[in-house]
Design a protein around this ligand. Structure first.
Ligand code: AMP
Ligand code: MG
Ligand code: MG
Length: 262
C-alpha cells in the first residue's frame, strides 16, 4: 500500500497510464473549441452581453493539431458602440466590429463551416439517434469544448433568446474544461492563463482575444489528454437526454442536479 501511495504521490501512476493508452482512450476524435468575446463595461450594469468575436478551432485529438478554424467579428446591435474598457480588455476595435456581421449571419456561416466538417472529415455529433457507443468507424465523434460554461450556457444562450435567433442544435452540449481541469488535477486554476502556467505552458498570443483564447484552450485540452484525462461532456441543455448518450458524459453530481436522467 505504501509503495502504491508513494507512486501515486509522485505522479508515477499517471505517467504509466499515459505511456500506454492515454490517447487511445479519447471518446472524441475531434473537439471544437469555442471562446466568445462580448460587449462589456467597467461598471456593472444590466445590459445583455452581445458576442463581438466568434472563433472556433477544430482540434484533432489523436495528433493534438488544429486542423481548421472559423473566425468572425460580430456587430453588436443592442449596444453598437464598444466601451473603451471592452476594447482595452479584448483588443477588439469599433472598426473591427463594424466590418463584422450580425450574429444571425455569423451563425449561418458557422453552420456551413460545421456542415463542411461533417462532409469532408466525417465529423459526427452524438445525439439521440447516434449515441457515442454506436458510431460507425468512418464517423469521427466530435463535441464542443469551452473554458467554463459561460460561452454556450450563458452568453450565446441568452443572446439567441433575446434576439429570437435559432441556436444551432449542436451547441446544446459541451465539455467545460475548467471544471474538468479542477477535477482532474485537484486544484482551482487562476483563469485559463493560470491553468496553462501551472502545467508549464506559456500562453501564446493575446489574452482575451477570442481566437488566441480558443487556440490556447485547445493546447490545454491536448495536454490534459496526454496527461491521461478522458474528456467527457459535462453539460447538456437538451430537454430529454437519451440514456444511451451516457457514455459521452462525465457522471457526477452536477449532471444529476441538472435533472438529467442518466
Ligand atoms: P474571456 O474569454 O476571458 O476573454 O472573457 C469573455 C468575455 O467576458 C469578455 O469578452 C468580456 O465581455 C467578459 N470579461 C472577461 N473578463 C472580464 C473582466 N475582467 N471584466 C469585465 N468583463 C470581462
Ligand atoms: Mg473565454
Ligand atoms: Mg476569451
Amino acid at each position: 500500500f505504501l509503495s502504491f501511495y508513494l507512486e501515486r504521490k509522485l505522479g508515477l501512476l499517471r505517467k504509466r497510464s499515459q505511456s500506454t493508452s492515454a490517447l487511445k482512450k479519447s471518446i472524441f476524435s475531434y473537439l471544437i473549441v469555442i471562446d466568445f468575446e462580448s460587449t462589456c463595461w467597467r461598471e456593472k450594469n444590466n445590459y445583455g452581453q452581445e458576442i463581438i468575436e466568434f472563433p472556433a478551432v477544430l482540434l484533432n485529438t489523436s495528433s493534438g493539431e488544429v486542423e481548421s478554424e472559423f473566425h468572425t467579428y460580430v456587430q453588436p446591435q443592442e449596444h453598437p458602440f464598444l466601451s473603451e474598457f471592452c476594447t482595452e480588455l479584448t483588443g477588439i476595435t469599433q472598426a473591427q466590429v463594424e466590418a463584422g456581421v450580425p450574429l444571425q449571419i455569423c451563425l449561418s456561416r458557422f453552420n456551413r463551416w460545421v456542415q463542411n466538417l461533417q462532409l469532408e472529415k466525417g465529423v459526427m455529433f452524438p445525439n439521440k439517434q447516434q449515441p457515442c457507443s454506436a458510431s460507425s468507424p468512418s464517423k469521427k465523434l466530435c463535441t464542443f469544448l469551452t473554458w467554463s460554461d459561460w460561452d454556450l450556457g450563458v452568453c450565446l444562450q441568452y443572446e439567441c433568446k433575446r434576439k429570437q435567433l435559432h441556436k444551432p442544435d449542436v451547441l446544446n452540449s459541451w465539455i467545460d474544461l475548467r471544471s474538468t481541469y479542477r477535477l482532474f488535477y485537484g486544484r482551482k486554476p487562476k483563469g485559463l492563463n493560470g491553468a496553462l502556467q501551472d502545467l508549464g505552458i506559456l500562453f501564446s498570443g493575446r489574452e482575451h482575444s477570442g481566437l488566441d483564447d480558443a487556440r490556447n484552450t485547445a493546447r490545454l485540452a491536448a495536454r490534459m489528454m496526454r496527461d491521461g484525462c478522458v474528456l467527457k461532456i459535462t453539460r447538456s441543455l437538451e430537454r430529454f437526454c437519451n440514456y444511451r448518450l451516457r457514455d459521452c458524459f462525465r457522471r457526477g453530481k452536477k449532471i444529476l442536479m441538472g435533472g438529467l436522467n442518466i
